[in-house]
Design a protein around this ligand. Structure first.
Ligand SMILES: C[S@@+](CC[C@H](N)C(=O)[O-])C[C@H]1O[C@@H](n2cnc3c(N)ncnc32)[C@H](O)[C@@H]1O
Length: 276
């Protein structure tokens, strides 16, 4: 590969074309930038986690709910869960909302695929193994729930804990994603009126080729088809509100619980009137 070709395919060159990426990268390494500044510029290694957990904690605060749960469904070696713990601590500090952190995984990597909707051309049994002891040693505050989500999700849905405000759904398969849905069918006391969700496996690389007929997108479509009062929907035009364009804008969904008794409760400080 020639020098020019090498330069042009270096990911760092992107920061020259899109200066906001250079700002983001500086803020990711900053020790002094505020949470608000980093949130604005996506200055986190998991900006979707920071955005979602913060929005959930703010929703809870405006509703007078003192504590929420957040969860990573699909943990693997644990980098996401460790990042989530860090973000939860920062969000607690800036919002005053207490946050209980949970992580769910088989502990032994991907189970066998059920059928072609699990996209076995992209994922295989036992991918993403976990060294459970090593991960537990890294964790500071999470509850790690080991087992198939087909068994652990119904138990979590019914468990006595703060309402779920945010979750990363990162179990890859269609079948595993469907198995998490009891959490979203839970009693309203276990959910915020609008729980924010990050569905990781709706984009992927060029060979994953996601469509609404398989994988997580099909699971989401199936959820919406079979429920009247609960719907999973992307935040319309989210990217217009963000300074750094990023794939997570298309991975962020909200579970709207239209049957939640607090769905219509006002979530702003003051009246939203236009200036006279
Ligand atoms: C891509 S990895 C998760 C990566 C992690 N979220 C991160 O960002 O660091 C997917 C994980 O989902 C887990 N998984 C898939 N199906 C599952 C199921 N039915 N029950 C529990 N865990 C499952 C696998 O064990 C695997 O570790």
């Amino acid at each position: 590969m020639g020098l020019v070709q090498k330069l042009l395919t270096d990911p760092r060159i992107e920061a020259l074309v899109k200066p906001e990426l250079a700002v983001r990268s500086l803020l990711m390494r900053s020790r002094s930038a505020s949470f608000a500044t980093r949130l604005f510029w996506d200055g986190f290694d998991r900006p979707a986690y920071a955005y979602g957990v913060y929005q959930a904690a703010m929703q809870a605060r405006m509703l007078g709910i003192g504590a929420i749960s957040v969860a990573e469904l699909g943990v693997a070696s644990g980098d996401g869960l460790v990042a989530l713990e860090r973000i939860a601590g920062e969000v607690e500090d800036v919002t005053g909302t207490e946050i209980a952190v949970y992580g769910f995984d088989t502990g032994t990597g991907m189970p066998p695929p059920r059928d072609n909707r699990d996209l076995p051309y992209a994922w295989r049994e036992s991918f993403y193994g976990m060294d459970e002891a090593a991960l537990r040693a890294r964790l500071r505050r999470s509850e790690l729930v080991i087992g198939d989500v087909a068994e652990t999700a119904p138990a979590f849905a019914a468990a006595d804990r703060p309402p779920l405000g945010w979750a990363a759904v990162d179990v890859d398969y269609h079948s595993s994603t469907v198995a998490t849905f009891p959490i979203f069918d839970a009693d309203e006391s276990r959910l915020l009126p609008r729980t924010l969700l990050h569905f990781d496996d709706v984009i992927g690389d060029e060979r994953e080729l996601h469509s609404p007929f398989a994988g997580q997108l099909a699971a989401i479509e199936g959820f919406n088809r079979s429920r009247e009062q609960r719907k999973l929907a992307k935040v319309h035009a989210l990217r217009h509100k963000r300074i750094v364009d990023a794939p997570w804008h298309d991975q962020l969904f909200v579970l709207h619980c239209f049957d939640h008794s607090r769905y219509g409760d006002y979530v702003y400080d003051a009246e939203r009137e236009l200036p006279a």
